[in-house]
Design a protein around this ligand. Structure first.
Ligand SMILES: C[S@@+](CC[C@H](N)C(=O)[O-])C[C@H]1O[C@@H](n2cnc3c(N)ncnc32)[C@H](O)[C@@H]1O
Length: 224
């Protein structure tokens, strides 16, 4: 049996270990031992990008915020969906994750990070949202395993009624919010609705050809 090798480890701002493992050519990122992301499963992360970009990709100079980087599957699909004049801001909380992606030997997202349309900021996505009112046509959140803080306790701020107001404020009219979640989350979707988003939930397989499903929670603002 092939071994699982610990390639690197970092610490989240809360002091939890974030680790990169390699097994038989595939990578996983774990937080406190819980799997956050595997390079073997990325269909739903890509579908999240497609759903977020569908309505806004043709806008001139479309601007998309992706939080966080993970292994860059969502980012890569955004870049494929968006035009040459678009910009994608990637907010990543843990600088080591950006370093892992830039490491050519790992074959993760070095190519996407080098795309001239991409700006990577090693910051909490909450800070980027605060700093950029009406800054984005779409905000894509795949920072935890659903609408509950996992990587950082502070991430709960994203999913509360107040957090949704902040997300709404960072979006332009007709903007889209897309959130990855392992499970359906009717309470969060209802909060999205109360915050003024029209909502839709799509179930997506973890592999293009099958596997378990996750939920992609999408909210859209009116164009005014
Ligand atoms: C599940 S992974 C993202 C997977 C990504 N969609 C992909 O396609 O590979 C979650 C990422 O979000 C980052 N993260 C967690 N909380 C964050 C925050 N508050 N701000 C920015 N990034 C955050 C984690 O460090 C991790 O890199």
């Amino acid at each position: 049996m092939k071994p699982t090798i610990l390639r690197d480890q970092a610490t989240t701002p809360d002091g939890r270990p974030l680790t990169l493992h390699e097994h038989d050519g595939a990578f996983t990122i774990r937080v406190g031992g819980v799997e956050l992301m595997s390079s073997r499963q990325h269909h739903s992360e890509e579908r999240l990008a497609e759903l977020a970009c569908a309505a806004i990709a043709r806008r001139p100079r479309a601007r998309v915020l992706v939080g966080g980087l993970g292994m860059g599957f969502t980012l890569r699909r955004c870049l494929a969906c968006l035009a040459a004049d678009a910009r994608v801001v990637v907010a990543e909380l843990v600088p080591a994750v950006v370093r892992w992606n830039r490491e050519p030997a790992y074959g993760l997202a070095a190519d996407s990070l080098a795309d001239p349309r991409v700006d990577v900021v090693e910051r909490d996505v909450v800070d980027v949202l605060r700093a950029e009112p009406r800054g984005f046509d779409a905000v894509i959140l795949d920072v935890d395993n659903g609408a509950e803080g996992l990587v950082a306790a502070g991430n709960d701020r994203l999913y509360s009624a107040r957090g949704l107001e902040r997300l709404k404020a960072a979006l332009r009219p007709g903007g889209v919010l897309a959130v990855w979640s392992t499970a359906d989350d009717p309470a969060f979707v209802e909060r999205m609705g109360r915050a003024g988003f029209s909502t839709a939930v799509e179930r997506a397989r973890v592999h293009a050809a099958g596997g378990p499903s996750v939920s992609l929670l999408v909210g859209r603002l009116e164009i005014r």
